[in-house]
Design a protein around this ligand. Structure first.
Ligand SMILES: NC(=O)c1ccc[n+]([C@@H]2O[C@H](COP(=O)([O-])OP(=O)(O)OC[C@H]3O[C@@H](n4cnc5c(N)ncnc54)[C@H](O)[C@@H]3O)[C@@H](O)[C@H]2O)c1
Ligand SMILES: O=C(O)[C@H]1O[C@H](OP(=O)(O)OP(=O)(O)OC[C@H]2O[C@@H](n3ccc(=O)[nH]c3=O)[C@H](O)[C@@H]2O)[C@H](O)[C@@H](O)[C@@H]1O
Length: 352
């Protein structure tokens, strides 16, 4: 059996894919698409669920252990006949009957994934194995949300999918809080996806997500956009980690969800970068937040964490060509949507 790779080359798999459930195509009994979203109570997952639920032919099952996610993000769907929420940790096997799996479960903010690094690796490795085992049993297509962190501290800029990355696999000796549990965990998860694809014919999709922001991020999530917005609204200094010249490219969450669904529905395995190529230094981001949200706050330089990537920007040529996707929301247009959500949750109204 042959499948297209992201490079447009043919890849051979040793086995034909497992047959999808006979019910997927049954005319009378079950005409809905049954979709599992792991990590669906989190930031990106809950926006993805909102979009999937708009289609009346979709039934959505969310599994989440609520480590960084919350039922609150899904409250409008609880009780809906096409929606089901299960408290479950993906490091344990899961038996459900589904046609598609969006596998997002994994803490994404560095302060959370570094909190229990062994658990982060288990989530990425055992969790992805379990979801691949499920995909194999029921013949489901599975999409993994990988990350730009597979490129580590990149030596090529911007990063194309063909770049193998520059990741420190062990971090610094005796320094607590290194990134490798996440970066290497996601790299192994990608390897597992391709091995299941080649060995068992599983239909896989891999998205390499670049920094995404938007409403519903945890207020004390620790990621830079949520930190700056919360700090600006609380009237606290914006903490720019040194040197401040490091760059990131920020994608608004609705663009991200659109890209993930196109990837799942399309014919390409990936990996495909999904992100916004607009690149900003952290000082520029702080200046923008200050200007848009609170011109009175100060910008304070603080110590950084080990192995922080110095630059990051996606090459999205493939997403454009293969998915017909590119982001629509510019940073300056997306930040006010997030400000509005944070104002509501923090109880800070706009000055008249
Ligand atoms: N947001 C970004 O900028 C970004 C960038 C690159 C990749 N990603 C990837 O996208 C996915 C979602 O990220 P997010 O920003 O929504 O993060 P998030 O932390 O808001 O969501 C992750 C969800 O997974 C759940 N979870 C964690 N471990 C679990 C486990 N063992 N079992 C079951 N559920 C578990 C959490 O409770 C949470 O609801 C993650 O896989 C992340 O690695 C995100
Ligand atoms: O897009 C990705 O692939 C990855 O991006 C983020 O990781 P990171 O870029 O380190 O995200 P932040 O914690 O938001 O940091 C971004 C930059 O802002 C800086 N920062 C962070 C927080 C802060 O208060 N101030 C500040 O200057 C950091 O030093 C870093 O240079 C995500 O959190 C990962 O889950 C994700 O996989």
């Amino acid at each position: 059996m042959a499948a297209n790779s992201s490079n447009g080359e043919q890849q051979t798999t040793s086995k034909p894919p497992p047959l999808p459930s006979p019910l997927r195509f049954s005319k009378f009994f079950q005409s809905n698409m049954r979709i599992l979203v792991t990590g669906g109570a989190g930031f990106i997952g809950s926006h993805l669920v909102d979009k999937l639920m708009e289609n009346e032919k979709n039934e959505v099952i969310v599994v989440d252990n609520y480590f960084t996610g919350s039922k609150d993000n899904l409250r409008k769907w609880i009780g809906h006949p096409r929606f089901e929420l299960i408290r479950h940790d993906v490091t344990e096997p899961l038996l459900v009957e589904v046609d598609q799996i969006y596998h997002l479960a994994c803490p994404a903010s560095p302060i959370f994934y570094k909190y229990n690094p062994v658990k982060t690796i288990k989530t990425n490795v055992i969790g992805t194995l379990n979801m691949l085992g499920l995909a194999k049993r029921v013949g489901a297509r599975i999409l993994l949300t990988s990350t730009s962190e597979v490129y580590g501290d990149p030596l090529i800029h911007p990063q194309p999918e063909s770049y193998w990355g520059n990741v420190n696999p062990i971090g610094l000796l005796f320094v607590v809080g290194v990134r490798s549990c996440y970066d290497e965990g996601k790299r192994v998860a990608e390897t597992l996806m391709f091995d299941y694809h080649r060995q068992h014919g599983i239909e896989i999709r891999i998205a390499r997500i670049f920094n995404t922001y938007g409403p519903r991020m945890n207020i004390d999530d620790g990621r830079v956009v949520s930190n700056f917005i919360a700090q600006a609204l609380r009237g606290e200094p914006l903490t720019v980690q040194k040197p401040g010249t490091q760059t990131r490219s920020f994608c608004y969450v609705s663009d991200m969800v659109d890209g993930l669904i196109r990837l799942m529905e399309g014919e390409n395995t990936g990996p495909i970068n999904i992100g916004n190529p607009g690149e900003f230094t952290m000082l520029e981001l702080a200046e923008t937040v200050k200007e848009l949200i609170n011109p009175d706050v100060e910008i304070k330089m603080v110590e950084n964490t080990p192995d922080d990537p110095r630059q990051r920007k996606p090459d999205i040529t493939k997403a454009k060509e293969l998915l017909g996707w590119e982001p629509k929301v510019k940073l300056r247009d997306g930040l006010p949507f997030m400000e509005e959500d944070f104002r509501l949750r923090l109880g800070v109204s706009k000055k008249k």
